[in-house]
Design a protein. Structure first.
Length: 211
């Protein structure tokens, strides 16, 4: 079987302009100041170069020399390990494991809810999921009374998971209750105003909220 070869000399991220997973990776790239080419493509019209390198034909796909990563959370951790400064994962194993569990929950539960709602926003299933996600976000909002970032004093990969979801709440037609909104306001301002977050946004994503 022939093995596809990456002909690019610069790290390249293939993604579209609104995909939440692509936003995650762009946020890590921006926060770490990593030089990379961003190739915006559509999922239904992928270039042959990408199809040759990614056996699943999916985006986002991160290509770095001979390495092709098509699982977003692996790509994010790879970038954090390859470019260790500033670190985006905790140093201590127990804290790091808790961070990984938090990211797993965000991906497993909240991102699943995001996709359910976006796939058919007006369905009964979407309405049920919307209420459940709103309740979950309200329940965890109190954590931001304790720490400035997601379970941490510092900006981490957990924030790179969570912030793109919060940014998209208007798309989901989710309005948080006043008590939860109060807890989130400082967090959202703190994260959304970071130079890295602003840099990570595409023009299409900027339209989701007024900057």
């Amino acid at each position: 079987m022939a093995v596809a070869v990456n002909k690019r000399s610069v790290m390249t991220l293939f993604c579209d302009t609104t995909d939440i997973y692509g936003h995650q990776i762009r946020l890590v790239l921006a926060e770490k100041g990593i030089t990379a080419e961003i190739e915006f493509v559509q999922a239904n019209n992928l270039p042959q170069e990408l199809l040759d390198l990614n056996p699943y034909g999916t985006i986002p796909t991160l290509i770095d020399r001979d390495l092709t990563l098509y699982e977003p959370h692996i790509a994010m951790e790879y970038l954090d390990e390859r470019f260790p400064h500033p670190p985006l994962m905790p140093v201590y194993p127990i804290v790091r494991a808790n961070a990984r569990l938090a990211m797993y929950r965000i991906r497993k539960e909240w991102y699943s809810a995001y996709h359910t709602i976006m796939n058919d926003p007006n369905s009964a299933k979407a309405n049920e999921t919307r209420k459940s996600l709103q309740d979950d976000l309200t329940a965890v909002s109190v954590m931001f009374k304790e720490t400035p970032y997601f379970m941490s004093e510092d900006f981490t990969l957990c924030d790179c998971y969570f912030a793109p979801l919060l940014w998209r709440l208007p798309l989901l037609d989710i309005t948080l209750p006043k008590v939860a909104e109060k807890h989130y306001l400082n967090y959202m301002s703190r994260v959304f105003e970071r130079p890295g977050f602003i840099e990570s946004l595409t023009d299409d994503e900027k339209k989701i909220r007024a900057l």
